[in-house]
Design a protein around this ligand. Structure first.
Ligand code: GGG
Length: 347
């Protein structure tokens, strides 16, 4: 029986709760569909940082390299470790080291879930550039604490980086409804974002079957609220994609439903799957967190591993559960109850 080697990084807060829930569902799906999952757990978190001074060991990336995929819960415990330290110590280095340049985030309403909008028939695939741009980590500070203090943070856009994420978006659009919206702020950011627009126009010639719109990030934020049903594939830079996908999560009913995949498209390294939400320290360990975003991310991982039938079965089970009204409103059902209902449907 084939066994997929999974690196599990539950991380902090509700990351632990939703990772445990996800693994129960994935293992049940594996048993039913004739494959095995061999998880290895890495307890790398803010607690690790407090104990060792690092979010993960020095050879952490090498330890992960041997796995077929990585599943991550959430990162962050701001009461003890600054978010900038935890994010740059774990999540961002993994994305960069494994060239997981395409961050894919689907936004649509599950059956029974009422989002805050009148529109319900939207199905958006946000694709966020995941390795450079505003999160490149290039910059520095001098004269700290003095009145001549300076902080510089450079957003880096390379032709290779911009081209490959746009090509990825065009391919996705081609496989879906054939429309791509490229999001920039090229009226204000006249170097990097004008460059991004130019590359989009250049590449569009290779995809005559895909229609293209250019939108500014501010107009896009309004569009996602006013007319999300008009959107198909949306491609954006690291920061813009990060923000837009929290908006996407909001219109799909909340962060409890927002799944994501950090894909290394040429498969030269493991891809990583994680819910969009963070660690939510206020509800950690209280059996309150909605595990659906994580379980959906787990289904995306199975799809990536070639287990499409099991992935579809999980999504069908999740949809059946939300259609029954389970897990559709914050606090209506606990983590365990939602997980149990999904397992029941799966069986
Ligand atoms: N579930 C992943 C997580 O903990 N996300 C928190 C976060 O702030 N992520 C920032 C990012 O996705 O770049």
């Amino acid at each position: 029986m084939p066994a997929h080697k999974i690196a599990l990084i539950p991380g902090d807060g509700i990351g632990v709760d939703v990772t445990d829930a996800t693994m129960q569902v994935l293992q049940a799906a594996a048993a039913k569909h004739g494959f095995a999952l061999a998880p290895t757990r890495f307890d790398w978190s803010c607690e690790t940082y407090l104990a060792t001074g690092r979010m993960m060991p020095e050879d952490g990336i090498d330890q992960l390299r041997a796995f077929d995929a990585i599943f991550l819960g959430a990162v962050g415990w701001p009461a003890t470790v600054p978010d900038s330290v935890s994010l740059h110590g774990l999540l961002l280095p993994i994305r960069k080291a494994f060239d997981q340049y395409a961050n894919i985030r689907p936004h649509r309403l599950l059956p029974g879930v009422e989002g805050p909008l009148k529109a319900s028939g939207f199905d958006i695939l946000c694709i966020r550039e995941n390795t450079e741009g505003e999160y490149s980590g290039a910059g520095g500070r001098v004269h700290q604490g003095r009145d001549n203090e300076v902080a510089v943070e450079s957003a880096i856009f390379t032709r290779k980086g911009v081209e490959r994420i746009l090509r990825f978006g065009f391919e996705q659009a081609r496989a879906r409804r054939g429309h791509l919206t490229s999001v920039t702020k090229s009226n204000a950011q006249k170097y990097s974002m004008v460059f991004w627009d130019e590359v989009t126009t250049e590449l569009a010639a290779d995809y005559p079957d895909v229609t293209v719109s250019h939108m500014h990030i501010d107009a896009m934020a309004a569009k996602m609220v006013m007319a999300p049903q008009d959107l198909d594939v949306v491609v954006a830079s690291n920061l813009f994609g990060d923000i837009l996908t929290d908006l996407g999560a909001a219109i799909q009913g909340g962060l409890g439903f927002a799944a994501s995949a950090n894909i290394c498209p040429d498969r030269s390294a493991p891809s990583m799957f994680e819910p969009v939400h963070g660690s939510a320290p206020d509800i950690a360990g209280r059996n309150i967190a909605n595990p659906i975003a994580a379980i959906w991310s787990g289904a995306m991982m199975l799809e990536h591993l070639g287990e499409g039938v099991a992935a579809s079965a999980i999504l069908t089970a999740v949809q059946a559960v939300t259609a029954r009204g389970i897990g559709i409103r914050p606090g209506s059902h606990g983590t365990d109850a939602i997980t149990a209902a999904i397992m029941e449907e799966l069986a």
